[in-house]
Design a protein around this ligand. Structure first.
Ligand code: ZN
Length: 62
């Protein structure tokens, strides 16, 4: 069991103000109207808001 180093926080929820890494907010949904057949959306896992901002400055994850 290899532990993966926790990814850097790259997104901020504009609704609740919390910071998340991409894998926490990323959801892939089936979307027949796209060439890939799926669409990626960003959802806050805490409050469920779709209003997420990518962080331009990634804090030092240590
Ligand atoms: Zn939120």
């Amino acid at each position: 069991m290899t532990r993966v180093q926790s990814p850097a926080l790259t997104h901020m929820c504009r609704n609740c103000g919390r910071h998340f890494s991409l894998h926490q907010v990323r959801e892939v949904h089936a979307a027949e109207h796209t060439p890939e057949g799926e669409a990626e959306v960003l959802v806050c896992p805490v409050c469920g808001s779709y209003d997420l901002d990518p962080l331009s400055e990634v804090p030092n994850a240590g």
